[in-house]
Design a protein around this ligand. Structure first.
Ligand code: PFF
Length: 466
């Protein structure tokens, strides 16, 4: 057992005898790995490249980076801070902290909505993450070798059209998530993230290394970093802002739940900066790995959600050692999604655990419920693709159940939770209390969360509700 884990075992066993506090992360490094594991996922490797491709590249990337720095980062500091002050599940934490600040009990609603958002995201995230597994098998079995775009599209379409296949992969992925979650903070999460995250970084660097040899690296660099502001629409700005929340695992309880396990002597601000920078680096590395391949094979950057699943097999199929690189890529994506889904389940599991349910039962129960809801998502990709139950409301017209869950979480619940958290820490919490947690960084953080973040969020919300 490494020293750090030994320390955690010792300190948590003595702590558990005297207090109801949860076991803490054994070191700042472990917290960073867990938080990076939560932040880095499908959002970085699957979604960031395709929305960047759809929104014209450089200028969109610049706005996204600004959103991370100015809105996402202060909000992450806020969530981790509130989580550490409360030391409980997001629901329990909001109750404890609101009470300590002499505020209404109703603030607990923020924790409930965040937990619900995480649960809903998990239900469909698991379905998408499941796609990586048949791709790993195809990669290993050499099915991508010399595949053309049409056949690759058919392969992806075939997967989406088969509810049983989707059910199998969704079930396995949810099972993997429950497995780690049931193991608990020290035994499950820590062990998984400290091994998975470094592996993920190494795999990405190898892929970028390969991409640099394609002869189209320069093109990808200028696509990603040379802003063309004429390509930037108002909607692209909002997409970038919304993605900043999703990619940093904000407004869904994940960072708050993990913050509850953060030891008091760790600097929240410095840690949040590291997490945000690493998350951003992974997204940019994913872009640098994917776009040279896209350009080298004359594929469309604006392909959409199918970008990696439809176009990359074509590229992998043509490159030397493509089967090997394809396997690495989809394994990497599976790992990244896994460490994110674990954090999505944590809000609910930690809450049930507080209510006296054992961690194993809470993880199985929560995972099972999310799995059931996930089935409605996977059916809406095929059998229920015409089932659009909210057509009588113009805003929801033509949306399948999957589209509705996505819309409800990304466009309604997350901006609302983020707004309320900013209002809570900026206006309802005593500045001395936040100062005690954030130290010198408080001066910079406070005016941002008090004014800039809520105003920016109101604009997003107003736009979504038009
Ligand atoms: N940040 C994850 C990603 O980029 O894939 C998604 C996510 C994780 C959202 C955890 C919400 C959450 F609670």
């Amino acid at each position: 057992m490494p020293d750090s884990q030994q320390v955690a075992s010792n300190s948590s066993s003595s702590r558990s005898a005297t207090a109801t506090k949860p076991a803490l992360w054994s070191s700042r490094f472990v917290f960073i790995m867990a938080a990076v594991g939560s932040a880095v996922g499908l959002g970085n490797i699957w979604k960031f490249p395709y929305i960047t491709g759809e929104n014209g590249g450089g200028a969109f990337v610049l706005v996204y980076l600004a959103c991370i720095a100015v809105i996402g980062l202060p909000l992450m500091m806020s969530e981790v801070m509130v989580g550490r002050r409360g030391g409980k599940s997001p629901i329990g934490t909001m109750a404890v902290v609101a009470k300590a600040e002499g505020r209404s009990k109703r603030w607990v609603g923020v924790g409930i909505m965040a937990t619900l958002a995480a649960f809903l995201i998990l239900s469909f995230y698991s379905v998408i993450a499941g796609w990586t597994m048949p791709y790993i098998i195809s990669a290993i079995s050499g099915s991508f070798s010399d595949i053309n775009a049409e056949d690759s599209g058919a392969l992806f379409g075939g997967l989406l059209a088969s509810p049983w296949q989707l059910l199998l992969w969704h079930s396995i992925f949810m099972g993997l998530t429950v497995l780690v979650s049931a193991g608990g903070v020290r035994h499950g999460l820590e062990r998984a993230v400290t091994k998975l995250m470094p592996a993920l970084f190494i795999l990405l660097l190898i892929l970028v290394g390969y991409a640099a040899t394609t002869g189209h690296f320069g093109e990808a660099v200028s696509f990603l970093f040379k802003p063309d502001f004429s390509a930037l629409t108002a909607e692209a700005i909002l997409t970038a802002l919304g993605h900043a929340f999703f990619t940093l695992s904000l407004a869904s309880g994940a960072m708050m739940a993990y913050g509850a396990y953060l030891p008091k002597n760790v600097s929240i601000a410095r840690t949040a900066v590291v997490v945000a920078v690493m998350d951003t680096c992974v997204a940019l590395l994913a872009g640098l790995a994917i776009f040279p391949i896209v350009f080298a094979h004359g594929l469309a950057a604006s392909e959409g959600p199918g970008l990696i699943f439809v176009t990359l097999p074509v590229a992998f199929g043509q490159m030397p050692g493509g089967g090997f690189f394809a396997t690495l890529f989809f394994v990497l994506l599976l790992f990244a999604a896994w460490t994110s889904s674990i954090s999505m389940l944590e809000s609910l599991v930690s809450y049930l655990n507080e209510k006296g349910v054992s961690r194993v039962k809470a993880a199985i129960g929560g995972g099972f419920a999310a799995w059931l809801v996930g089935i409605t998502t996977l059916l809406s990709l095929n059998v229920w693709s015409d089932f659009t139950p909210m057509d009588s409301f113009a805003r929801f017209e033509g949306k399948t159940l999957f589209d509705l869950y996505d819309y409800l979480t990304a466009n309604i619940m997350m901006p609302l939770v983020a707004f309320l958290i900013a209002v809570f820490v900026g206006w309802k919490m005593k500045p001395e209390h936040s100062k005690a947690e954030l130290g010198a960084w408080h001066k910079l953080w406070f005016p941002v969360v008090r004014y800039l973040t809520p105003i920016a969020l109101l604009i997003v919300f107003a736009f979504n509700l038009r």
